[in-house]
Design a binder for this molecule. Structure first.
Ligand code: HEM
Length: 406
């Protein structure tokens, strides 16, 4: 009798394992094959064309094949640095994204391309974007789930990953922090950091070893500014620790998550995936410690007041006695990370590109230089002077020239 029971139990467990494996296999086939094929057919039926995807990479192989060509070996101290061809034009789009440029010529200003098994809509037509955006119901923007999953340790549930009511609640708390009055209060931090960087450049230029990695300096400067404007200028050590870890995790994820959208991509670099999770947890704990410390009125990290972004968000959270739309501590952590990752590379690259173009066009440099002198009278720049810098109009007219390429 006991033997029969054991046999039955064995059969049942075998059946159970088989069913679980079968279901898991079906889920994988659905996710990696059935859904993408169906989605591609639906997109085609609705008039969206694009480069044909090839399983499992989608169009990533073509993107790698046609990526920007590096034609000049770097000469800076960093031996690994390489540069794009110096034949730089205003056509930043086809310089940086040659594959998009080629597809655009072939498929038009709106087309679908695939990262792994995830479809993405490329929109190069502002009118189309306007129409789509006005038809979006309940703020469901359709942000790619693959980014929400793959970049979780970077952004968590920060503003750029949320949708619908959650997005509206986050915006409600965050928008006031970026008011002109608050930004004005942060300007001295921005000026101090940038002046320190410029002083360093001047010293380097004076040494005859004037090789400066401008892009890297600007990225460090942007990171310094965002860290100070996010967490305040007190407690250098704590801030530096957070900044270093944020930069480390960003680098790690960019290196290990190149295969965005490819099924099981997290197993391509399992160690890096584990390491980035660990690092993500450490960052969360560090930022959470600042929040808790501020809430409980603790030591230096806690210094409540101040007009840093975290203080402003926490103050907004406490409005109306903390009742109503609020961010949880976890969401506050994610927003701090979002400011960092959303604000560092973007601003650093925009300034790098501007400086590069100015270096190529000494006439613009001269005109801007003259205007800055005229507006500032040789004093350092302040917030009220910014609207008087009208030659930014040069950028606007040049921007329309750039836009005409797109
Ligand atoms: C030149 C500089 C910048 C550029 C080109 C830029 C570009 C963008 C773009 C294209 C988006 C839309 C992303 C999407 O919805 O998928 C975005 C959103 C966002 N950016 Fe920036 N950004 C810049 C600077 C900054 C800075 C300095 C911060 C913060 C300190 C920041 C924080 C954010 C946030 C929080 C969002 C999400 C907004 C929302 O979904 O409502 N950005 N940015």
């Amino acid at each position: 009798m006991a033997g029969v029971v054991i046999l039955l139990l064995q059969m049942l467990s075998f059946m159970f394992i088989t069913v679980v494996l079968l279901l898991a296999g079906m889920a994988v086939v659905y996710q990696c094959w059935v859904w993408p094929v169906g989605a591609n057919q639906r997109l085609k039926k609705n008039g969206f064309s694009g480069p044909p995807p090839v399983f499992p990479l989608g169009n990533i192989k073509e993107m790698i094949k046609n990526r920007p060509r590096k034609t000049m070996k770097g000469t800076l101290n960093d031996e690994s640095s390489e540069y794009l061809s110096l034949n730089i034009s205003h056509d930043i789009h086809s310089t940086v994204f040659p594959f998009f440029s080629q597809w655009r010529q072939r498929y038009g200003k709106v087309f679908v391309y695939w990262l792994g098994t995830e479809p993405f809509l490329y929109i190069g037509d502002p009118e189309f974007l306007n129409q789509v955006a006005s038809g979006v119901v309940s703020k469901a923007w359709g942000k790619p789930t693959v980014f929400k999953r793959d970049w979780k340790s970077l952004f968590g549930t920060g503003l750029n990953m949320t949708e619908g009511e959650d997005w509206a609640r986050h915006r409600h708390i965050i928008a006031p922090a970026f008011s002109p009055k608050n930004l004005k209060g942060m300007m001295s931090i921005m000026l101090d950091s940038t002046n320190q960087m410029l002083d360093k450049w001047s010293r380097l230029v004076g040494t005859n070893r004037a090789e400066i990695n401008v892009e890297r300096s600007l990225t460090c400067n942007a990171a310094d500014i965002i860290a100070k404007t996010s967490f305040g200028t007190s407690d250098l050590q704590h801030r530096q620790k957070v900044t270093e870890k944020l930069q480390a995790i960003q680098l790690m994820l960019f290196q290990s998550k190149r295969m965005v959208g490819v099924p099981f991509n997290k197993y391509i670099h399992p160690l890096k995936t584990l390491e980035s999770r660990k690092l993500g947890k450490e960052i969360d704990d560090l930022i959470l410690a600042i929040i808790i410390s501020r809430k409980t009125g603790g030591r230096s990290t806690s210094r409540p007041a101040g007009n840093d972004l975290l203080s402003l968000l926490m103050a907004e959270n406490e409005k109306n006695g903390g009742v109503g739309k609020k961010l949880t501590d976890r969401e506050l952590v994610d927003e701090c990370k979002t400011f960092f990752f959303g604000g560092v590379e973007t601003t650093a690259l925009a300034v790098s590109w501007t400086l590069l173009l100015l270096a190529q066009h000494p006439d613009w440099q001269k005109r801007l230089g003259e205007e800055i002198k005229e507006v500032t009278g040789g004093q350092s720049l302040d917030f009220n002077m910014l609207p008087k810098l009208e030659k930014r109009a040069i950028h606007r007219s040049e921007a329309s020239a750039v836009a005409s390429y797109m």
